[in-house]
Each structure stands twice: as structure tokens, then as C-alpha cells.
Design a protein around this ligand. Structure first.
Ligand SMILES: [Zn+2]
Length: 233
């Protein structure tokens, strides 16, 4: 008896889905990964100004992978941040997020920008003293970012009475030593403001990054070695 190979419609469908996934990888990765949440679904008392969705950032245009101005984090990071937000309110502040989860496609966009020495359109605001040719050696741009692991957030404080951002001595994403914790030349008020943010974040379970006053990572981050690439939407 000769075994006849029949075309299995289910197998055909599976192969078709696989082939489409290879042709359009963006669609395959579009959905938010399990275990991630929109911060605004966990608590409503945090302001969001997602700079990479806008053109007001060191590149000067909207960054790839940002389809909406949304802060996304892993659930434990979002919950810890909500704790910090509640503690901030008691001290008279509201937290304001500049960036949270960042897709790998956005980091790739930064790398392409870094390699284009001619594009210095935002230099005066974000890197006035840095030679653009050195952004990779100095560590301001890298091929990977901890933000893509989903448990890192960039943020500042807003005064609840005045509605103004606290003076931290530099803008968010300023490339330079003035952004470091313990930087020289800060006013006592700027030092005090940074210390308030640091205290709130450390108490909520985050750790600082010495070179950027705005950047905090959850100490027990759930994904320590996975760099995600689903879109922010
Ligand atoms: Zn950061």
C-alpha cells in the first residue's frame, strides 16, 4: 500500500502564519508582552511627558517604536513606582515620567543618530559641551539600554502647589557631569530636590544610576537579560 501525503489544511495555515511573521516581524512583536502594564492603569497620580514620542529630545524627532505617549513598565516596577507616587504626594510633589519601557527599535534609532556626525540640531539644549563624535565612547549612546528590559524609568518631581518642575540643575537627558549624582556646582535647592527624588525612589525599591539624576531601575527587576521590542502604544 502506498501512503499518500495529503495536504493538511491546518498545517498549511500554520506555515502561512509563520511565513507572514517572517515577512512582517513588526506585527509579530506589536503586542505588549505579558507582565507589562500601562503605568496609568496602575495609578492615576503620575504625570507623563513621554519625550521620545515628541520631537523635544536630544535627537530632535519622534523616536521609532513610540506610537503613543504612554509609560509602560513591568508590573512590579509599575507597582513600586505607584508607591513612590503616593509618598511623593505626601511630600507635596507629583512624579512626572519622561520615559519608561523603551523598545529596542528606539535604541537602534539613537545609534543611527549617533553615527551621523552632521546632525547636531539639538546640541544647544542637550549636549552643548559634548563633541558628537564621542557620544559612544562617553557612554551617552549605546547599542542596548536597560530601559528595554522594562523596569527602568526616567522621571522628575513637579511641585503640587505651583505645578512647576523641581529645579534639578540640568534638564532631563543632559549629556554631562552636571547630571551626575553629587555633581559639583549645584545650588543647595537643586541638591535638595535631587535628594527628595532619590529618597522616594530608593524607598520604593529602585536603585539610582550615578550618572543621571532622573534614571532609576527596580532592584529586583523581573527580566534581567531580555531586551524587548514591542511598540509603545
Ligand atoms: Zn534612563
Amino acid at each position: 500500500m502506498i501512503a499518500r501525503r495529503k495536504c493538511d489544511p491546518l498545517l498549511f495555515l500554520q506555515m502561512l502564519v509563520l511565513a507572514l511573521g517572517m515577512l512582517f516581524p513588526w506585527h509579530a512583536q506589536a503586542a505588549m508582552h505579558d507582565g507589562f502594564v500601562h503605568v496609568s492603569d496602575q495609578c492615576q497620580n503620575i504625570i507623563q511627558e513621554i519625550r521620545y514620542f515628541s520631537s523635544y529630545n536630544f535627537v530632535g524627532e519622534r523616536i521609532n517604536g513610540y506610537l503613543a505617549p504612554q509609560a509602560i513598565l513591568t508590573e512590579p516596577a509599575a507597582n513600586a513606582l505607584c508607591k513612590a507616587a503616593a509618598a511623593a504626594e505626601e511630600k507635596g510633589y507629583t512624579l512626572k515620567i519622561y520615559d519608561a519601557y523603551r523598545p529596542q527599535s528606539a535604541v537602534d534609532h539613537f545609534v543611527r543618530w549617533g553615527m551621523n556626525a552632521a546632525d547636531t540640531r539639538m546640541k544647544a539644549i542637550f549636549y552643548p559641551q559634548v563633541d558628537k563624535a564621542r557620544v559612544f565612547d562617553l557612554g551617552y549612546v549605546a547599542t542596548r539600554s536597560g530601559h528595554s528590559r522594562g523596569s527602568t524609568v526616567d522621571l522628575t518631581l513637579v511641585d503640587r502647589l505651583s505645578g512647576k518642575e523641581a529645579d534639578m540643575g540640568t534638564p532631563f537627558d543632559f549629556f554631562g557631569a552636571a547630571s551626575h549624582h553629587g555633581a559639583k556646582g549645584l545650588s543647595p535647592q537643586q541638591e535638595a530636590n535631587r535628594a527628595v527624588l532619590l529618597g522616594l525612589m530608593e524607598n520604593a525599591g529602585f536603585k539610582r544610576y550615578e550618572e543621571e539624576w532622573w534614571h532609576y531601575t527596580l532592584k529586583n527587576e523581573p527580566y534581567t537579560d531580555t531586551y524587548f521590542n514591542f511598540a509603545v502604544e
